[in-house]
Ligand binder design. Structure first.
Ligand code: NAG
Ligand code: NAG
Ligand code: NAG
Ligand code: NAG
Length: 341
């Protein structure tokens, strides 16, 4: 009886031991780096080939790694632990989502654990991504997002609308979900380079399949096609006052040959704050300029001349930058060259 039991125990212990052994061997963590040594992602085309790094920068970058056991980040000046295999490869999904790295002093937007799992802040909530489904770079990370539920999406989420003038979502203070299916989620379709078009309106160019909303969120288009819920989202457009009020359909911009492309920086409040900050500094630079002109004692002093030139140049520069920021993608032709875009 006892012998039988212990043999039973031994039989159970063998797979346990094997799991332990593989766990030790698995300590070899493989994490993808998007680019090779001396290269980085090209910020103008993160899905394209890597760009050469300026020789002033170190050829290797150190990813942000969090050690859960000691509850702290690893030293950013030291290479990752030896069992971390950094392999030059891109994640398998197309298109992968790009998450830009945060500014040096800001909290990181994504961080790897020692076991290779990545924790990323991705609107509307954070998510974890397994190693092999993302790659790291000093410019940011490319990741494969999990499958989306089969639901219709309101592009801007609750209590927000889309502003064509700003090229992004705006808080509206009022939650309007009239005519929308009961069970909706938020977000834009996943498009390469985040390029959307306003492709039509409900009941004008797009119709709910079977004339009823809850049909899995599919839409029929004017040319007879069908849009799956992950391929579009619906939103009110602030500037669209046409009656009767209806929902505008946002889809991914076709790859080529489309002029009206709306880039949405919805996930990034900086794109709103940045032009505001620039305009603010334009204002104060102008005040400085006026104030120094009104002080006659400073006239003809060399230092004063330098200062006026300096402030004047800053003012023109900031004004152009703010203009470029505010105009978004509406800027075309020679004006682009003039403002330095
Ligand atoms: C870790 O895995 C990689 C690829 O799977 C292999 O090339 C490397 O030799 C392994 N390293 C160790 C220490 O096992
Ligand atoms: C790695 O660690 C994180 C944080 O504890 C955990 O959420 C994740 O599930 C782990 N991943 C694996 C593959 O064990
Ligand atoms: C989503 O819903 C549509 C319509 O009901 C159905 O045909 C499709 O298979 C569903 N897709 C998934 C992934 O559940
Ligand atoms: C579309 O038309 C149907 C039938 O006329 C109507 O019930 C529905 O409210 C309309 N939907 C929108 C979003 O205007």
């Amino acid at each position: 009886m006892t012998r039988g039991r212990s043999r039973h125990f031994a039989a159970a212990a063998v797979p346990l031991l094997l799991t332990l052994l593989t766990a030790v061997a698995d300590n070899n963590v493989t994490v993808f780096r998007c680019c090779g040594r001396g290269e980085m992602l090209d910020p103008t085309d993160v899905h394209g080939p890597c760009a050469m790094l300026p020789s002033s920068l170190p050829p290797d970058f150190v990813p942000v790694i969090f050690d859960e056991t000691s509850n702290q980040f690893l030293n950013p000046n030291e290479p990752p632990p030896a069992y971390w295999n950094l392999v030059h490869e891109r994640p398998p999904c197309r298109p992968a989502a790009f998450l830009p790295a945060s500014a040096p002093l800001d909290a990181p937007r994504f961080v790897s654990f020692l076991n290779g799992t990545l924790l990323a802040q991705h609107w509307p909530k954070s998510l974890t991504v397994d190693p092999g489904l993302y790659c790291l770079d000093r410019a940011g990370a490319l990741l494969c997002l999990p499958e989306e539920p089969n639901k219709t999406k309101k592009c801007c989420g609750p209590s927000a609308v889309y502003s064509e003038a700003n090229g992004g979502c705006e808080f509206s203070g009022r939650h309007d979900a009239a005519d929308l299916p009961e069970d909706i989620t938020s977000g834009f379709p996943r498009c390469e380079d985040d390029a959307y078009i306003l492709s039509g309106r409900i009941n004008e160019s797009h119709w709910p399949v079977n004339g009823a909303w809850p049909a899995g969120g599919q839409l029929r288009t004017a040319d007879g096609g069908t849009l799956q819920p992950r391929e579009y989202c619906l939103e009110r457009v602030l500037e669209d006052t046409q009656e009767p009020r209806t929902w505008t359909v946002f889809t991914c911009a076709p790859r080529h040959g489309v002029d009206h492309v709306t880039k949405s920086y919805r996930e990034d409040i900086r794109f709103t704050l940045y032009p505001l900050g620039l305009l603010l500094s334009v204002f104060f630079l102008a005040v400085t300029l006026v104030a120094s002109c009104m002080l006659p004692s400073t006239y003809h002093v060399l230092h004063w001349k330098c200062q006026v030139n300096h402030v004047g140049c800053l003012l023109v520069g900031d004004l152009c930058l703010a203009f470029v920021q505010l105009s978004g993608d509406n800027l075309r032709g020679p004006l682009c060259v003039f403002t330095g875009k």
